[in-house]
Design a protein around this ligand. Sequence first.
Ligand SMILES: Cc1cc2nc3c(=O)[nH]c(=O)nc-3n(C[C@H](O)[C@H](O)[C@H](O)COP(=O)(O)OP(=O)(O)OC[C@H]3O[C@@H](n4cnc5c(N)ncnc54)[C@H](O)[C@@H]3O)c2cc1C
Length: 466
Amino acid sequence: MLDKYDYLVIGGGPGGTPVASALASAGKQVLLVEKGAGLGGTCLFEGCIPSKIFRESARRLRELQESGDFGLCMPTRDVHLDWSAIQERKQVILHLRSTGAIQRIRQNSSLDITLGSAMFLDNSHARITPNAEKPVDIEFKQAIIATGSKPFRPPIKGVEESCVVDSAQILEINHVPERLAIIGAGPIGVELGQVFHTFGSDVTLYEAGAHILAHADQELAERLQQQMTEEQIRIITDCHIKRICRTGSGVFVEYQTAAGQTAHHFADTVLLVTGRRPNTEGLGLENTAVKQTPHGIQVDEKLQTTEANIFALGDVVGQPMFAHWATAQGLALAKNLLGQPVPFPDADHNSAVIFSEPELAMAGLTEEQAQSRDIEYEVARYDYKRDARAQISNRAKGLLKILYESDSHRIIGIHVLVEGAGDLMGEAALAVTQGMTLEELACTIHPHPTLTESFSLAARSALQKR
Ligand SMILES: Cc1cc2nc3c(=O)[nH]c(=O)nc-3n(C[C@H](O)[C@H](O)[C@H](O)COP(=O)(O)OP(=O)(O)OC[C@H]3O[C@@H](n4cnc5c(N)ncnc54)[C@H](O)[C@@H]3O)c2cc1C
């Protein structure tokens, strides 16, 4: 470690790692400090990747269970779930990805990586405490905070019970709970609820709002909720959790219904997924002029904090909290710091996938957002019931919605509920970001038979109706 750096980057997740790497590749002296076991952040160790590894096993199990629909006679009742093998597979992939990231990034001679924690002493000095070593003070010209977020534990009576786990803990669990109560029906609650349901858990989802996935297109979220209910996942909306209490017959989750009555359910494990909070503890922000709000570190549109030479990005600055968003911010910030001005990511052009079954994916604005901004828009719709590819794969329960401005026909949002929706989002994001019109989408040649055809079919039928 040197005693002076051009840049100090705190946090080696999907936000911090690319920005550190890009700055070092341009010849800047960079110190990247990560307090976890390796590079990768929440995304690799506690988020995107481990949850998708579980989901992949669940998806394959579902396929086996549905094999009869495809003329395959399989003894699916004999399929045995080897939980420790699933956990081991997860560890192998995480290790591979983490060591791969370190090896790739270490090739850069102007980048130093320290596994340990960083704390600001003032706006140009920080104390670095490497794991199991003595602290070292360094000087920096500019700093980037990318310390991510952590699960929020709401003040519910009983949340401190050992049977109450957060999203990181459930990904480490050593068994499939027989009865799983999930508090919070956002993307993580929905995804893990379906995964554990497929693995055999009796799942109950509790949600304070009127429907699951508050930030997704309401119509699609309600359709998904209906499908989950039909699959025997219990979903209790408009409820308020009063307490969690361990008893002889399991954990008792007491809640107030929309009608004001008190009700309860028993579970073995309670998963709390009620949002995330910025990771700023121990950073020494009080020694700088960096200000925080309850949502995260305060930054302007160029990710500059209230301390001119300190920047922040990713989950630590609040919503949207996605790995690809943190990376996009990091790459844009690096370019701008290197004197190559590029636009910073625009939330109106972001895309996201909820890894439910079927997937619910989105790019751009929702109808609710368009309405709140008084945008005059129309919706091109396509029901996957009539889609060749969806029929072939027996996944025809789905809907596509393309939102476009009424006068210019510019596409402002694309929302899809169908198995494989996530893989449609590349095109959806391009259409929204590039401001494509419905006419341009309609005359783009899409290969047959693929789900992507739905985009041009939806656009063409909306134009024909005009
Ligand atoms: C269960 C789950 C599933 C998810 N699935 C998806 C998904 O499918 N797709 C998606 O896009 N997003 C998903 N996310 C969200 C995604 O993981 C985050 O948005 C993303 O990791 C944020 O990146 P970041 O770099 O801002 O922060 P993080 O990934 O949290 O990285 C921050 C790093 O900073 C380190 N750090 C903190 N404090 C200090 C300090 N003082 N000194 C040094 N280091 C420090 C932390 O150890 C951490 O490694 C999921 C999240 C969860 C919890």
